[in-house]
Design a protein around this ligand. Structure first.
Ligand code: GAP
Length: 453
């Protein structure tokens, strides 16, 4: 089998994201802050749509899952019990000449890759950001910015169980910020120091864990395909015994073919009873579950599908990026799935003539009640189509002079360039059908094919 290859050039993608307002370096006017990024007007919509699609799939459409939003700052004992204070670290060697630090497990020789200087023996460097709670900055007031959202769900297990009366198997889902003082950074938004996770902790009866682990592997893989990511660009990779995290019995990564090669998009772990046992021991509270069938108290096992919002955003952008020729002109386009496209529809009056503006604005006002809609009347219609293609807008609605007479407008499809003409009164319903995936050439009453692709 030939290995799939990424066809996207990371530099081109970074440039598009910067130019069109998806992603900016953090604090750019001060020279940026390493591995921190700001999401501009289109980036924030893209991330919001990804999070919404995840929430819809794992919470809204299921009756065995509930949501949670735990605080970022947690009791410091949480991180003792979880093993993060002790073990969430990378081995680092420092150059004795330039004082740059390197992850020793990623070094190829025994000299500094930058200046060739001698390196110190590796020392463990904890990846958690420390800060202080309250006015006194001493050891007793140290707290950490959470490096994962997961712990919030373990420590709230009992609260959720008691307030929702859920029975096993059930899960808790959470989306939120996580912070890691990563040593190796780079590859754009792939590895950041501040990022968002979308995590599920799925509690099952011991003995049922293998079955649920396999279920979630398939479910999560299919979710990425539902976002429009090509199957050939996704694969599962099993962790070897040596690389398994201290809490995991079994773990697979869903890898994506990023421009720099195959890399982790999501991790799915069977955490066994590690977390509930640890927190029960450390807090002195019993975190178990009364099984009505066997009349026994048990400690549930946990299956954890843990995804990153930024890595998903990068994967969908890489998969969507394309260059082709439309109407004899080169164009850059993002084939974003309509569910995650930042702007769903653009309303474009054919010209800036005053006579067209009122009707075009009327259509725009109507559509924006329902979707993120943009209005653009500057420059030629061809240029405006290109601008929308480049940000992945699936549909453009053109209002022309005939529209004033026949009360119809043209819908143009980004990918196929096909166009149909539909009555304004059925525009919303038609767009909804198209956004839901119906073929563009399925016409509403009174509609007609305007231009084939
Ligand atoms: N609770 C388990 C956990 O946090 P992880 O493999 O360390 O597992 C899960 O992280 C996911 O979070 C990763 O698959 C990735 O999508 C995302 N992630 C982790 N570190 C990241 C970073 N520094 N920047 C961006 N995303 C990151």
């Amino acid at each position: 089998m030939t290995e799939a290859r990424s066809t996207v050039d990371m530099e081109k993608l970074v440039s598009l994201c910067r130019r069109r307002g998806f992603i900016f370096p953090s604090s750019e006017i001060y020279g940026g802050l390493s591995s921190c990024w700001d999401y501009g007007p289109l980036g924030v919509e893209l991330k919001r749509n990804i999070k919404q699609a995840w929430w819809r799939a794992v919470v809204q459409q299921r009756d065995d899952m509930v949501g949670l939003d735990a605080s970022i700052l947690m009791h410091p004992q949480v991180w003792e019990a979880s093993g993060h204070v002790e073990g969430f670290s990378d081995p680092l060697a420092e150059c004795k000449s330039c004082h740059k630090r390197w992850r020793s497990d990623e070094l190829e020789g025994d000299k500094c890759p930058d200046c060739g200087g001698e390196l110190t023996e590796p020392r463990l460097f904890n990846l958690m950001f420390k800060t202080f709670i309250g006015p006194v900055e001493d050891e007793a007031s140290v707290v950490y910015l959470r490096p994962e959202t997961a712990q919030g769900m373990f420590v709230n297990f009992e609260n959720v169980l008691n307030t929702t009366r859920k029975r096993l198997p059930f899960g808790i889902a959470q989306i939120g910020k996580a912070f890691r003082n990563e040593v190796t950074t780079g590859n754009f938004i792939f590895r950041c120091r501040e990022f968002e996770q979308m995590e599920i902790e799925f509690f099952v009866k011991p003995g049922m864990d293998k079955q649920w682990f396999d279920y979630w592997l398939e479910e999560r893989l299919n979710w990425y395909v539902s976002l429009g990511i090509s199957k050939e660009h996704l694969k599962l990779r099993e962790h070897t015994k040596e690389e398994l995290a201290h809490y995991a019995r079994e773990c697979y990564d869903i890898n994506y073919l990023y421009p720099m090669g195959w890399a982790e998009l999501e991790g799915i772990a069977n955490r066994g009873d590690f977390d509930l046992v640890q927190h029960a021991k450390s807090s002195g509270k019993s975190l178990n579950y009364y099984d009505e069938e066997t009349k026994e108290h048990i400690v549930p096992y946990i299956i954890e599908p843990s995804a990153g919002v930024e890595r998903t955003a990068l994967a969908v952008l890489c998969d969507a990026y394309d260059e082709d020729v439309a109407d004899g002109e080169a164009r850059v386009l993002l084939h974003l799935h309509p569910s995650i496209a930042p702007i769903k529809v653009a309303v474009l009056p054919l010209s800036r003539k005053e006579t067209l503006t009122p009707l075009a604005k009327e259509v725009y006002t109507e559509l924006r009640q329902q979707w993120m809609t943009s209005y653009d009347e500057a420059q030629s219609i061809g240029r405006r189509y290109r601008r929308q293609d480049e940000i992945g807008t699936p549909f453009c609605v053109t209002v022309d002079f005939e529209s004033l007479e026949d009360k119809q407008v043209t819908i143009r499809e980004r990918d196929s360039l096909r166009q149909i003409r539909v009555p304004i009164e059925s525009l919303k319903a038609t767009l909804q059908a198209k956004l839901d995936g119906e073929d563009l050439f399925v016409l509403p009453p009174g509609g007609k094919i305007w231009k084939g692709g």
